[in-house]
Write a protein that binds this ligand. Sequence first.
Ligand code: SF4
Length: 335
Amino acid sequence: MRHVNIPVFIPHLGCPHTCVFCNQRTISGACGFDPADLDGIIEGALSTVSPEDDCEIAFFGGSFTGIDRALMVELLDRAERYVASGRVSRIRCSTRPDYISDEILDILDRYTFGTVELGIQSASDSVLMLSERGHKREDSRRACELLSRRGYTVGGQMMVGLPGATLEDELECARFIADCGCREARVYPTIVFRGTALSEMMRRGEYAPLSVGEAVERTAAVLDIFDGAGVKVLRVGLCDSENLHNGEYEAGPNHAAIGELSASRLFLKRIKTALSDRDVCGREMTVFVPRGAVSKAAGNRGCNRAAINSEYKPGKLRFREDGALSGYAIKIVTN
Ligand code: SF4
């Protein structure tokens, strides 16, 4: 069964914060949100799916549990009607960690929620402060606890390349997200959009965006941790639709295939680790990878294949699927 999210972007409604990287008008592709559009958005998405698909209405784009309470309840009431009709399985939303409380969850409990995604972004209080997030690491831990206690699936969103963040901060954030019980994650390399505080910081020399290569390297290391912890990564990088190509983008690791590049980098690392104590020179070598992962493991334009051939000089190198493997697991067989 195919899982389909029906995204409903609610840009900046109710959000009093101005995180340095955020221009919600830019990210969501809309200046505002008209509640009258909700049914049209959902019906439009449902018209493109098959009856067997498992559909979820996803309130994304802002801080859903921080918007005007009456509007939040109205949107949830209307979304729940689609659940009651059987056309949609459940609802999810994204929000800030400090917008989760028992009082909020008493409201969400009345609806068919599956997942609440939290914009954790970093587990370092100094990085959160430099990014002007307005919440701390402990807010994220507390929100995860509250959600888990009530049986919600928790997703953690984190960023790579925030002001002041090191690779170690990002690895720590991934470990923190896993330790807090999150079962899903999204990883966003930081992009500088025009008109944001981050753009000003960059102009003043206070912030240097990551290159694509740096973002790929650091994201791959984060994926390694999530994979080891059994956290499913739903997405790496912003969607193409999120105004990366319409003049709002200013700087940073904007690459349509950044998720694939990061996955490829992690496969290469796993293969090299597996070969560190083996001599495959001149031998036939088959690298087994999970179903659907052959092109990622071989690398963009075969770059991993070329790197392995050059460094380890196998007589022959093949990549094959093995349905028993999952995530980034590999198995190497030589003859
Ligand atoms: S909390 Fe979310 S919507 Fe508000 S400024 Fe920060 S990133 Fe943007």
